[in-house]
Design a protein around this ligand. Structure first.
Ligand SMILES: Nc1nc2c(c(=O)[nH]1)N[C@H]1C(S)=C(S)[C@@H](COP(=O)(O)O)O[C@H]1N2
Ligand SMILES: [Mo]
Length: 510
């Protein structure tokens, strides 16, 4: 028996274990599978601490890379064990069993894991994995057919036979994996894919019906949900069943409260207001910012009903997937329009944006405030606990810094000389924007025209008409907030509490 054959058997055994876990996990498709729990653990405890894997970096691509990487590591480990163990099947069994135990321990720490399903998946996966690895190894070790002489005199299954057989098993596993994943995705989507209309809010902050200007390529004042930026640590968008979901207000309160989805939807006065939400990881000129109409219950109402006890200085949101974000009680009660939101742009929240409910706090970056898939609002202290991103190097407080962005033209564009509309958005949610100015080639600042806004919680669209002369030029933008403070030119990176600096683009005019 060669090490190569042992390795191939071990690799296929590991693959069979993964596919088995995938199938068993369908028993609880809306929960987290053992494999995903391990990846979530990795994101939280390993990747989250790496600077280059900052808040916004868990983009879709990184998640695909992480999933592929996990599969490759497991397959490589299987191959290694197979190559070393060869015909000593007890070693193979011991290693698979050890990984099953490890998987269970990590999985039980994940709030969305169903313990029985995780245990059956891990144990079943290990058992099937050992069966496949040992079975193939034996088959490939046995001499061919009955014949003369002793077994060792006989030729083993040919190299070609092993590769063909192994290849067939690999293809089977791959197809099985695709099927299991496909079923899982559709089972999850069936739960939350539909967004429905909401009851009419009792108070609506109207959106300006028209804007004084329209510029092609300028971001719309209200961003449609499918285009709205997304940030979440979870590998899969949590799939929450609103019928059994509850929201609790707990901790340092006079009365703990519990709400069902129906309580919020049908038995509460809903308000609708637009708020611009930004991610602290947004780079100068970046697109991790958006403005939407949010519908929900004012957070102050809930806090007043619960009665905030003296000494509580932090409102902590916790999501069904274990994410947390906390902000000062003072901020929650200072009169700004913080919402427990159940709707976005007139419909129930899309799954990706926190269905069934989330927090939205004007003027705070999302990482300290905007808990999606929220299950608990806890009154606590900063001394007792801090939110998810704080131990990873981000500031405890996250007020949004005044910012502005040029949407058109794009940096690097080549444009025709003459009249050009330079346009973009500027925001300082809760303070509002008083003025936006543009400077060409470090020349004097010129005031841009401002669009209409619904409130000081939203961004403003701006436009500046430029008589563009031939040549290469830079265009910079800066905003002044509602308090009269001018956006700083000092360049700062997103970490630890938000980027600063003027968005500046380069264009060549022909
Ligand atoms: N449960 C949960 N809520 C979360 C996050 C998360 O990872 N998990 N990310 C936060 C961050 S960093 C931001 S910027 C906003 C983004 O909200 P959006 O995805 O709806 O744009 O959600 C916040 N709420
Ligand atoms: Mo964020």
């Amino acid at each position: 028996m060669s090490a190569g054959r042992g390795a191939l058997a071990g690799l296929l055994g590991a693959g069979a274990a993964l596919v088995t876990i995938e199938f068993v996990s369908l028993a609880d498709a809306t929960g987290t599978s053992v494999t995903l729990a391990i990846q979530n653990w990795f994101i939280k405890h390993v990747a989250g601490g790496l600077k280059q894997w900052a808040i916004d970096r868990f983009g879709h691509n990184d998640k695909v890379v992480l999933q592929l990487g996990t599969a490759l590591v497991v397959l490589a480990l299987g191959a290694l064990v197979g190559a070393i163990a060869r015909d000593r099947w007890k070693i193979v069994a011991a290693v698979f069993a050890a990984f099953a135990v490890l998987g269970i321990v990590v999985a039980l720490d994940d709030p969305l894991v169903s313990a029985p399903v995780a245990v059956i998946a891990a144990v079943g996966g290990a058992a099937v994995g050992v069966g496949v690895a040992v079975g193939l190894e034996r088959r490939w070790r046995l001499p061919l057919g009955p014949g003369r002489g002793t077994a060792s005199d006989l030729p083993m299954l040919s190299r070609r036979g092993v590769l063909l057989g192994g290849g067939a098993v690999a293809v089977g596993l791959f197809l099985g994996d695709l099927v299991a994943r496909g079923v899982r995705t559709s089972m999850r989507q069936a739960k939350t894919a539909v967004t429905r209309a909401l009851p009419r809010p009792s108070k609506v902050t109207e959106i300006p019906a028209t804007q004084p200007f329209e510029v092609r390529g300028l971001t719309p004042y209200v961003v449609p949900a499918p285009d709205f930026y997304r940030i979440d640590t979870a590998l899969e968008v949590p799939s929450v069943d609103a019928a059994s979901w509850t929201l609790k207000v707990t901790g340092m309160v006079d009365h703990e409260l519990t709400f069902t989805y129906d309580d919020l939807l049908a038995r509460r006065d809903l308000v609708e207001l637009p708020v611009t939400l930004q991610c602290v990881s947004n780079e100068v000129g970046g697109d991790l910012v958006g403005n939407a109409r949010w519908t929900g219950v004012p957070l102050t109402t809930l806090l007043q009903e619960a009665g905030v006890r003296r000494g509580a200085d932090q409102v902590m949101g916790e999501s069904v997937d274990g994410f947390t974000a906390g902000f000062p009680v003072d901020v929650a009660l200072d009169g700004r329009h913080a919402l427990l939101a159940i709707g976005m742009n007139g419909r129930s929240l899309p799954a990706a944006h926190g269905y069934p409910a989330r927090l939205v706090v004007p003027g705070l970056y999302g990482y300290v405030s905007a808990t999606k898939w929220i299950k608990e609002i806890r009154l606590t202290t900063f001394a007792a606990e801090v939110g998810y991103w704080i131990p990873l190097g981000w500031s405890r407080l996250g007020p949004v810094k005044t910012a502005s962005r040029i949407d058109v033209p794009h940096s690097g564009d080549s444009i025709a000389a003459g009249r050009v509309s330079v346009a973009g958005v500027a925001w300082a949610p809760s303070r509002g924007i008083r003025k936006v100015e543009v400077a060409v080639d470090d020349g004097p600042w010129k005031a841009a025209e401002l669009g209409r806004v619904a409130s000081s919680d939203t961004w403003v669209q701006w436009r500046w008409q430029w008589d563009a002369p031939r040549g290469d030029h830079t265009i910079a933008v800066r905003a002044t907030d509602g308090d009269g403070k001018v956006q700083t030119a000092r360049l700062a990176p997103p970490e630890p509490n938000g980027s600063t600096g003027h968005h500046t683009i380069e264009v060549s005019v022909r």
